[in-house]
Design a protein. Sequence first.
Length: 92
Amino acid sequence: MEENDLFVCDVTDEIIINNSEPRNADEETLLKILLSTFGEFTTIPKISKTLKISKTSLYLARDDRKFVTYLVQNRTIVLTKTLINFIRTYED
């Protein structure tokens, strides 16, 4: 396979953050709730416990770049406002 045959689209943190802007009043309210509950940064276990979502689902979403994470020493820190992107995938 030649290099030209591959199509790679890297989603940068900046793109994910820009896509997490609220699109309507409901999302604005949701964002306020998320920020008041978790603060600006949170962890996957905390999200899992609070929202009752399996850690596996959250780790898979992280791997699919649905939200922004940072590795700080041995902890994965989530940028809370980008959880909107993850929640949008379950709107339907």
